[in-house]
Design a protein around this ligand. Structure first.
Ligand code: ZN
Length: 310
């Protein structure tokens, strides 16, 4: 799963909308309280349950601006929500955010910020629910989703504040976990952002996988696709882009124990660079009970060039 880059002009527009919200809240300290964001923007929030859809039916019956099509065919909205991709929804005419109650609460935070993103991005106005089935599917349009996710990240990580704090210490998984706690966001989303946006001169890679130890793997483990996500920093892509996720997972397996949670291990490992040199990275892996989170940080070039083996 790779997220595509926004045009810099688009990103700057969204940055300024998010900055306006943060200013409106007096540039608060982390973690950002989404309740205050909702109050500032006069947004409402409710939860829906995909097994008990009474709230949905009520909401659908109150959709006035959204148009004839939906009033005639209320199942469109319900169908869209039951389609597995939809975990949250924003109804602009009601200024209401709907969140899927069945998801773990930690996911609500990101989903809610994403829907706030749709609210504050001016050109999303009116594009969310039109009066044709076609415009309803626009709701899931990849570009808009990307933009709303970008806005969510800028908001939950308080603009440039996260980048500044991350860059103030040497990169480590411990620091990622501290930042995750301080900003109130999941370790996974924090790790992702850490690798993609901070310490830009240092090659960094993050891997999210199942438990790497042979005795702890899930039945569905696929050796050809061992990682759930693999996020490479720009510097990593430039210097080590030819390494596959299978290579990287192999490195992780090399030092991880079978612990049920917490740190699984760490090691200095040698990786081949695209420059023909060997490089030393520090890798460390933490298991949160569901996912193994790995951070690999470039340390230095190794003194010897790689031998070509036949
Ligand atoms: Zn969306």
């Amino acid at each position: 799963m790779k997220s595509s880059q926004l045009r810099s002009r688009t990103a700057a527009d969204i940055d300024s909308q998010v900055a306006k919200v943060l200013r409106g809240l007096g540039n608060p300290e982390p973690p950002l309280e989404l309740r205050l964001v909702r109050e500032l923007l006069k947004l409402d929030r409710s939860f829906y349950n995909t097994t008990d859809d009474s709230l949905l039916r009520e909401t659908v019956s109150r959709l006035k601006v959204a148009g004839r099509q939906i009033l005639k065919r209320p199942t469109i909205l319900r169908d869209a929500i039951s389609a597995s991709s939809l975990k949250a929804l924003y109804l602009p005419d009601q200024k209401r955010i709907l969140l899927d109650e069945s998801l773990p609460p930690l996911k609500h935070r990101w989903n809610e910020a994403h829907e706030v993103g749709h609210d504050i991005i001016p050109w999303h106005d009116g594009m969310m629910l039109g009066d044709t089935e076609h415009t309803l599917t626009m709701m899931c349009h990849a570009q808009m989703e990307n933009e709303a996710n970008y806005a969510a990240g800028r908001m939950l990580f308080l603009g440039d504040r996260f980048i500044a704090e991350a860059n103030a210490s040497t990169p480590s998984l411990k620091h990622v976990r501290q930042l995750s706690k301080a900003f109130g966001n999941t370790i996974t989303s924090t790790l992702w952002r850490y690798v993609a946006q901070t310490h830009i001169a240092t090659p960094l890679v993050a891997i999210v996988s199942g438990h790497p130890h042979l005795t702890k793997r899930h039945n569905g483990f696929d050796p050809l696709q061992p990682c759930r996500y693999c996020v490479e920093s720009v510097a990593f892509k430039q210097g080590f882009g030819s390494l596959t996720e299978i290579d990287l997972f192999g490195v992780i397996v090399g030092y991880c124990g079978a612990q049920r949670g917490g740190m699984l291990g760490e090691d200095d490992v040698m990786l081949p660079g695209s420059d023909g040199n060997a490089h030393i990275f520090h890798f460390e892996t933490f298991f949160n009970g569901h996912e193994a989170l790995t951070l690999g940080v470039w340390l230095r070039r190794h003194a010897t060039r790689l031998k070509v083996t036949s």
